[in-house]
Design a binder for this molecule. Structure first.
Ligand SMILES: [Zn+2]
Length: 98
């Protein structure tokens, strides 16, 4: 199946296809990101919401995967989701219930 949509503005179907291929990479990078932050910041603090600086950082971590800004945002949200998930699991392991 060939699709002529531009790489920097994928159609919905190609966006879905590319997201399905890349979400695992985003999830993996999200967990690595959370582990990295956990070494520098007290884990008692909640993981930041996907907005402002945190969102910009998340987008920067998947910006090399695609040139489509909509897909970058989608992958960044996936990355942030897995980072937050790792963060919650880790804080639970430290007895910080929330
Ligand atoms: Zn397409």
């Amino acid at each position: 199946m060939q699709c002529g949509c531009p790489r920097e503005h994928l159609c919905a179907r190609c966006n879905d296809d590319a997201f399905a291929q890349l979400r695992g990479v985003a999830a993996c990078r999200g967990e690595v990101w959370a582990m990295d932050v956990a070494r520098r910041m007290p884990i008692a603090r909640p993981w930041p919401a996907y907005e402002g600086r945190a969102a910009a950082l998340a987008r920067g971590k998947v910006g090399d995967l695609t040139t489509d800004p909509a897909l970058v945002d989608r992958l960044a949200r996936e990355l942030a989701h897995w980072a937050a998930r790792w963060w919650r699991a880790s804080s639970a392991a430290h007895g910080l219930d929330r």
